[in-house]
Structure formats: C-alpha cells, structure tokens
Design a protein around this ligand. Structure first.
Ligand SMILES: *Cc1c(COP(=O)(O)O)cnc(C)c1O
Length: 378
C-alpha cells in the first residue's frame, strides 16, 4: 500500500495528538533505520527496547511470513500453533522450575494479568509500588505507576496502591500490610531514565514479601529478554520473584507480552483470557526472537563495556545494552543534535538520556553513535 506524501497534515488532522514526533521512519535493517527522505540513522532507541534482534531480522521476518501463510488467527478456544512451545521456552529462560506462562498483547496487559493473579492467589486487594515507577497506561497498570502527571488525571484508580521511595526497604516494611496482595518493582527503572535498584534491594523486597505473605512481581517489560546481558535483570541478583512480566523485546516488534509465575500460581478456567493474546503470529515471532537472542547474549557484556568506555565522561549507568545518563535541561537539544547527525537516542524522564539499541548493534555502530553523542555534548 502506498504511503501519502502529506502524512504530517493527515496526522495533524486525523490522529489524536498524544505524541510529539518529528521523523517518519519507513524502513529498518539491523541497527539502522531510514526516514521518508531516505536519510539513514543508527537506532539507539529500537522502538524503546522493542526491536531486540534489530530491525527486520531475517529469522523473525521468515517466522512471521511463513506463519502468515498458514494461519494468522484462530482463537484461544483452540490449541494455537507455537503457543505451547513458546510457553516452554519462556518458562525455561525465566528459571522458574515448573512455572507457567500466560501471554498478552502488551506490557501493560502483562502487568494487569500479574495484578489479577496476585489478588486471586492471596485473596488480598492492595499493592505497593515505587516512586518513579512505570508499569503501563491501562487503568490497573496506571494505578501502580508513579508519575503523577500521567496518573492523577484518571483517578480514582483501582487497585489501591501505596508508593514507597525506590530503594527504601524500611518504608517498604511499613507499607506492606495484611491486605497487600503484591509488591511490583522494576529491577532497573526504564522510563525513569535507567535507574538501577540499589544493591540488595530486590533481595530485601523478597524478604519483606515472604514474611508478610505478599507476592513479589518484577516488571521486566523493558529490562527483560537479554537487554541487560542475562535473560532477566533479576537474574543478576539473588532474588527470585513470584511473577515476572515481559513484553517489549520478546517478539522483535510484533505486539506481545507475557507473564511467568512460579509453580502453583496460575489462572484456572475462565479466570483470565484474551482474544488476540498468544496468537500464532506473535508466538512464531517470539520463538524466532528468542532463538536469535540466545546467540547474542554472550556478546552483550563486551558491547556494554564499549558504550561504558565511550561515554565515561558523562557518568553513564550501563546495564548491558540499557544505558542512561543525566543531562538535565539539555536532553531535548542533545537528542535533536544526534538525530541531525544520524543517531537516534531518547530523552527519558527527568533529564535523562536513555539508550536501548538493538542487541545486534556492532562495535563500529557503537563507536559511531558514541562519537556523535560525545560531539553533541562538547
Ligand atoms: C513499556 C513498559 C510498560 C508498558 O508496556 P506497553 O507495552 O506500552 O503497555 C510496562 N512496564 C515497563 C517497565 C515498561 O518499560
């Protein structure tokens, strides 16, 4: 289908102005994308940590195209091709022995599922979340999302949620009570600007949850699927959650999310469902994606070090290929300079630059991107 030349006017006239954007990206290959004018960029945004295997990885394209020839949709009323195989793989990489998976179409929806499962399993109502957290835009996931300007216009929200300072275990101890179903936490806060949990924090949450009978939900929507050099960021710690939620990088850009729960935690008949979730195309794309990431995982520490060395002057927070540094008010100007010089980077919250490039990014592409970022900061 042909694209219109006057897309800016069409967008302004017909699409709700919920985003601010400047570039139309029309093509991608590996860590590169091209805009409507044919300009090429190194993409250190990757659809916000989504295009994990790079743009249009041949294995993912092949999996989607070949599944599309066979069956695009059939409903969860039937066994879905690739779904059980993918569930086995996702449970295996999560490390949950005898765990089970449930698929969704997005990160927010994966978190909704986790909140529902925690309520079912505990018979309790409330949740505890953390300052600067982001868990999604649906009403439930928004209720446990901190950022006041995106949450408050929609209040009152359910479930009731108490926000505790990220990193403060004493405050957590006080906040978790006999009606707390779960504590939801990002191992590294992504939207906040790549803010890692302090050492021992996840282990401390595990301990509080164990003593008080609440479930520990780790939101790995952004940090998961190899982004930090392990399948999941919690695997860098000694803490094992009850539920882990996944989305962004799981299917290379095909919409998909998942939750994985430890043994014994599961939705029984009719307790949860979805028309589209875990469909044949999504599952095929995710299986191919996981196969590609398996091969890439060993290369991530070295690429990570390369970014860390290149950006050392800016005190970067480097966790695999999830990189943040604080610039304050200069962020938008630096982002614009980099785009002008063919490198896409992203301003996350609070004056933080975030880089979440495709895991396939090469040494040469890293050096080029770092060079442009450093020039922007000079
Ligand atoms: C992006 C994100 C979400 C929301 O995912 P959607 O697919 O946009 O609903 C939830 N949690 C975290 C940590 C995220 O980064």
């Amino acid at each position: 289908m042909k694209l219109s030349q006057n897309y800016r006017e069409l967008d302004a006239r017909y699409y709700m102005p919920a985003f601010s954007r400047a570039i139309e990206i029309v093509r991608g290959k590996g860590a590169h994308v091209w805009d409507a004018d044919g300009k090429e960029y190194i993409d250190c945004v990757a659809g916000i940590a989504v295009c994990s295997t790079g743009h249009c990885h041949p294995a993912v394209v092949e999996a989607i195209c070949s599944q599309a020839q066979d069956l695009i949709h059939c409903s969860n009323l039937y066994y879905v091709p690739h779904q059980a195989e993918l569930a086995e793989k996702v449970v295996e990489i999560s490390g949950f022995k005898n765990g089970k998976a449930f698929f969704s179409n997005s990160g927010a929806e994966a978190n909704e599922g986790a909140l529902k499962l925690a309520r079912l399993a505990t018979g309790r109502k409330k949740f505890v979340s953390f300052t600067h957290s982001f868990h999604g835009r649906t009403l439930g996931s928004l209720a446990v999302t901190f950022k006041p300007n995106i949450r408050e216009p929609f209040e009152p929200l359910e479930p009731a949620c108490t926000f505790v300072e990220y990193g403060d275990l004493d405050a957590l101890e006080k906040a978790v009570d006999a009606d707390t179903a779960g504590v939801i936490v990002e191992a590294i806060q992504g939207e906040a600007g790549v803010i890692p949990a302090p050492d021992g924090f996840l282990e401390g949450i595990r301990d509080v949850c164990d003593r008080k009978g609440a479930l520990m939900i780790v939101d790995e929507v952004q940090t998961g699927m190899g982004r930090t050099g392990k399948w999941f960021a919690f695997q860098h710690t000694k803490a094992v959650p009850d539920i882990v939620t996944i989305a962004k990088g799981i299917a290379s850009g095909f919409p998909m999310g998942a939750l994985v729960a430890r043994e014994g935690l599961e939705f029984k008949k009719s307790e949860h469902g979805s028309t589209f979730a875990g469909g044949p195309l999504a599952c095929a794309a995710a299986r191919a994606t996981i196969g590609v990431i398996e091969g890439l995982l060993p290369s991530i520490p070295e690429k990570s070090d390369r970014f860390a060395r290149g950006l050392a002057a800016h005190n970067p927070r480097v966790h695999g290929l999830m990189i943040g540094f604080t610039l304050g008010e200069r962020c938008p100007a630096v982002q614009a300079y980099c785009a002008e010089h063919s490198v896409l980077i992203n301003c996350a919250a609070d004056g933080n630059i975030r880089l979440v490039p495709p895991l396939v990014i090469s040494d040469e592409e890293i050096d080029t991107a770092v060079g442009v970022i450093n020039a922007a900061l000079r």
